[in-house]
Design a binder for this molecule. Structure first.
Ligand SMILES: [Zn+2]
Length: 767
């Protein structure tokens, strides 16, 4: 315990305010993000909202395709109505040919670095050794009036040259014909689209996307977003309305982006009745096609054909699934006056998991996500089962999670399946409706979506083993080798440790903002503002960063800089706890205390060793006692009494108040070891066994980013202090979070060098 006088206290405060001199203000982690952010303008405002002159392009599609189940190929033609809402005349248009990633000489194959190793992943073997003839075979590009248009294909991008510039406000019609071989997802790399073959019954499940030439995004931020598609960084697509006709074998069940426009032409009376019933069932899913019916279709294999017609308004893409293996169930989710159809398609191989959980997980996702963003605006949301993948499109997604062939499954498989359904259905919000540029920023949809996935998972089950965005889960990544970590603000193809970087770290950051930095009320309002401002528009990272501040009055520039633009980790150390007592002002009392303290100090070793001989000398000759020093530096005299009474006479009111104060004063010293500043979450543990948590905002670091101190007046005496007791800040080293320090527990295994685990001679080699 230390004592201080009230004069000294003022001195101490003054000293801590001078500490800033050590830090270069130009490097202060709290400086504003003016140099990193794009300058606000009439398209995107400083508040993070769309500006007065905000514009975006529109592309409307009429597509007609046929799925050839004999040859496993797709043949199609489309009319695109491209509307130029930009202020710029356009001489050419860029169209995305994503299937070309599967061409024999695709950019993906040419540029993927590869080394021969002892273990080869089947994905790479499939990519490099297959003779699969993938990619679009473009047969015709025209103007819709019988004229041909010149075009140039550069891997996955096609430039169409216009005979006259497309003026602002103008429209142009394009007509394209093509075909392509559908890839077997399980053999040829790339699971975002393709088919899965079931050898037992000789049938396919088609989960088809990127199946038509799609307009690229033209914006004031990028111009044309024509960065090549090599398989990883996903898509940038304009909104539009779609009419799509899909011709398939007549025993197939088709699910797609949009509303089925001709149910009476493709469904039986019985199925129509069941669909009607499902569309009004708010409590539980209703089967439209049963397992029995699907198994019977698997065997019959009709060769006749039917055309399913779908319509979708204001979507950025279109995908579909088709198979005669599909069982189909659905239920309704109420939004105001509207009922949305939550629905699932799955083969018998997905049961019993899928009939139990899929459609319910879809409904749950729509309810939770809508609460945090906006009411789900589309009429339908499909979850389609096919092995291994999770892939999202507007109103439809393709999800893994399959029981073993005997129908049993582990809890892990079940959790994985529910997690992937929540995640992929959740993508309807980000990026399908809040339409960010996935080709540039993977995290803008994956990170935000993984964050909301975590909220939905925690509401699905409080004991969820590892919900998205859990702070302690990101620790191993963040404290890892920095040369293998890229900032979140990195273009998707260049990101290292993709999942940690673009999914988990941004999701964790948002979770920390919500629970620790901003609080739920401020965060939820601001996040909802962002979603609603950019619903059916194209936001950039700054639009998110700015909106979160604009709607909350919380300055977050330090957080964006540290968490999104940097690679520092969080490691705050509780360096020291000092207990302090206010000095009495009475010299006699102070001297007595000083004496007590001095006597409590250990005696010098030399004195200890000499003591016996000195004592025997005094015993032999008592006169020797006076020979030694008897001076008492702590003795009090008359002058002390006078000093004290004069002090009391002159005591100011403030000092009297201090004197009357009851309690315990502690100073806590912290240092920022990891580099990323964070609020201080401090748990005080008292000698009476109780505890309480005090929260100090991150700005406590704004004068000195590396060291800070706080003084607390507590009613009770401290037994201990724990920093971040709930593990809410992703602090990477907990060994410096306790006062007094704790012995850390760890485990090691014993094994004999000749034992099963070692299997070898020298145990050191196993590291
Ligand atoms: Zn995702």
């Amino acid at each position: 315990m230390k004592r201080f006088t009230s004069v000294l206290l003022i001195g101490a405060v003054a000293v801590s305010m001078l500490a800033q001199e050590k830090m270069d203000p130009a490097k202060n982690k709290f400086r504003q993000m003016r140099t990193e952010f794009n300058t606000p303008n009439a398209y995107r405002t400083g508040s993070g909202a769309p500006g007065q002159l905000y514009w975006q392009q529109q592309a409307n599609y009429k597509i007609s395709i046929e799925l050839d189940d004999e040859k496993q190929l797709i043949r199609g033609e489309e009319q695109i109505e491209y509307i130029n809402k930009s202020p710029d005349p356009l001489n050419y248009l860029w169209v995305q040919l994503d299937q070309n990633m599967r061409q024999k000489k695709s950019l993906t194959k040419l540029t993927m670095p590869m080394k021969l190793g002892e273990r080869m992943h089947p994905y790479y073997m499939g990519m490099f050794l297959s003779d699969f003839d993938g990619g679009f075979k473009i047969e015709h590009v025209g103007d819709g009036n019988g004229g041909e248009l010149p075009y140039t294909i550069n891997y996955t991008m096609m430039r169409i040259d216009l005979p006259v510039p497309l003026e602002p406000g103008g429209k142009v019609d394009l007509e394209i014909k093509w075909w392509f071989n559908v890839n077997d997802r399980m053999k040829n790399g790339g699971g975002r689209s393709g088919m899965e073959y079931f050898v037992e019954d000789d049938n396919y499940i088609y989960t088809i996307a990127q199946f038509f030439p799609r307009m690229a995004v033209y914006s004031e931020v990028e111009g044309w977003q024509n960065h090549q598609f090599t398989g990883r960084s996903e898509f940038a697509l304009p909104f539009g309305d779609y009419d799509v006709e899909i011709t398939v074998p007549s025993d197939h069940v088709v699910g797609a982006t949009g509303v089925l426009m001709n149910p009476e032409e493709v469904l039986s009376e019985k199925q129509l009745d069941r669909l009607e019933k499902a569309s009004n069932s708010l409590d539980e899913p209703v089967l439209i096609v049963s397992e029995e019916e699907a198994v019977s279709a698997e065997k019959k294999k009709l060769s006749s054909k039917l055309t399913w017609k779908f319509h979708a308004d204001n979507v950025r893409d279109f995908a579909f699934a088709s198979s005669r293996k599909f069982i189909w169930d659905a239920m309704a989710v109420q939004f105001g006056e509207r009922k949305v159809l939550a629905t699932s398609l799955y083969p018998k191989e997905g049961n019993p998991l899928w009939e139990k959980y899929s459609t319910r997980a879809v409904a749950h996702t729509l309810q939770v996500y809508s609460r945090h963003t906006f009411d789900y605006p589309y009429p339908v949301a499909y979850s389609v089962h096919t092995n291994q993948i999770g892939m999202e499109y507007p109103m439809i997604c393709f999800n893994g999670g399959r029981p073993l062939p005997d129908g049993t499954y582990s809890e892990n498989t079940k959790w994985g399946m529910i997690a992937v359904i929540i995640h992929e259905v959740g993508h309807n919000y980000f990026p399908m409706i809040v339409n960010s540029d996935e080709r540039q920023w993977t995290w803008m949809d994956e990170g935000l979506n993984t964050f909301l996935q975590g909220i939905a998972e925690r509401e699905w089950d409080h004991d969820h083993p590892s919900p998205g965005g859990k702070p302690s889960d990101i620790v191993p990544y963040m404290k890892g080798d920095k040369s293998n970590i890229a900032p979140i603000m990195t273009q998707g193809d260049l990101v290292k440790q993709f999942m940690s970087n673009a999914y988990n770290k941004p999701a964790t950051g948002l979770n920390i903002l919500r629970e620790t930095i901003m609080g739920r009320e401020l965060f939820d309002f601001a996040f909802k503002q962002y979603a609603q401002r950019w619903m059916f528009k194209h936001p950039t990272p700054e639009d998110l960063f700015r909106t979160m501040e604009d709607a909350s009055a919380v300055d977050l520039d330090w957080f964006w800089r540290g968490w999104f633009y940097g690679t520092d980790h969080v490691d705050i150390s509780l360096d020291r706890v000092t207990a302090m007592q206010l000095a009495s002002g009475n010299p006699a009392e102070e001297k007595a205390l000083d004496k007590k303290n001095a006597e409590a100090e250990p005696e010098e070793l030399a004195v200890q060793r000499n003591r016996a001989s000195m004592q025997s000398m005094v015993e032999e000759d008592p006169a020797m006692k006076d020979f030694y020093n008897n001076y008492d530096p702590y003795a009090s005299d008359e002058s002390d009494v006078e000093t004290y009474s004069s002090y009391k006479r002159n005591m100011s009111d403030a000092e009297k108040k201090w004197r009357a104060m009851k309690g315990f004063i502690y100073q806590l010293d912290f240092s920022n070891v990891g580099g990323m500043v964070m609020p201080l979450v401090i748990q005080f543990e008292y000698t009476d066994g109780t505890s309480e948590i005090k929260r100090i905002p991150a700005e406590v670091w704004n004068q000195d980013n590396l060291k800070t101190s706080k003084v607390f007046l507590l009613e009770k005496e401290l037994a201990g202090v724990t920093l971040d007791p709930n593990l809410e800040t992703a602090d990477c080293d907990l060994s410096n979070n306790h006062w007094p320090p704790r012995i850390e527990e760890s485990r090691f295994e014993l094994y004999k060098s000749s034992g099963r685990r070692g299997g070898g001679s020298n145990p050191m080699q196993e590291q």
